[in-house]
Design a protein around this ligand. Sequence first.
Ligand SMILES: [Zn+2]
Length: 252
Amino acid sequence: MGDDLLAILKTRAIVIKTQEFKENDKLVWLFTEDFGKITAIAKGARKSKSRYISSTLPCCYGEFVLFKGKNLHTINEVTIIDSFQQLLRNLDTITYASYFNELIDITLENDEIHKELFKDLVTAFYFIKNDVMDIEILARAFEIRILKATGYELNFNKCVRCRKKITISNYIDLISYGPICSECEKLNSIYISNPTYNTLKFLNNFGMDRINRIIVSKTSKLELYKILSLIISQNYTRKPKSLEMFDYLDKF
Ligand SMILES: [Zn+2]
């Protein structure tokens, strides 16, 4: 019991969400490299002279030292690696950075370790910061990573119905998340054009470091968005809301 009170966690982490707590404190949801998603309290973080002011802002990436608690940990020290506050430079970058954080928040269980996904989130934030690639495609790639990490991996080698090897398809099955060949029943599937199919397959098969030079047409972007948001809304109890604003803007 005594040991439990003294346990210290040290890990790199990104702040995905915060909330005011009590008089002066802040609750901070962290996606950590070594312990997955955890919640911590930053005591006195809302006082004007707090040393946690900049290190507990959403998107901040740092080395965190925490006192382990049963459910709630306590932040003891933070060394900022990159505050990523440039991610908040315009409406697009704010919205997408918030969306990435929201995806982590709604799709992962607490204390589930996802080291690869952590690396992917850090990479995605550096890509946004340095304006390396199309932010929409980056979001689709990250959605694919999330699906993979949480057990809904897309699989492109075989028809999901008859198991025949295929290289192209115009239908993605919405139960098994794979292609359906031309001869099989298309029930419960969504249409996909050939270029979009190839893009989806590429984003699925290659790591974040390989996707930054891909060029995707407007039509394919829309198709990818529809397919992936459908799969995401089917699988998690909470639906992401960050991108809804774009749907709203698109109507004008
Ligand atoms: Zn088939």
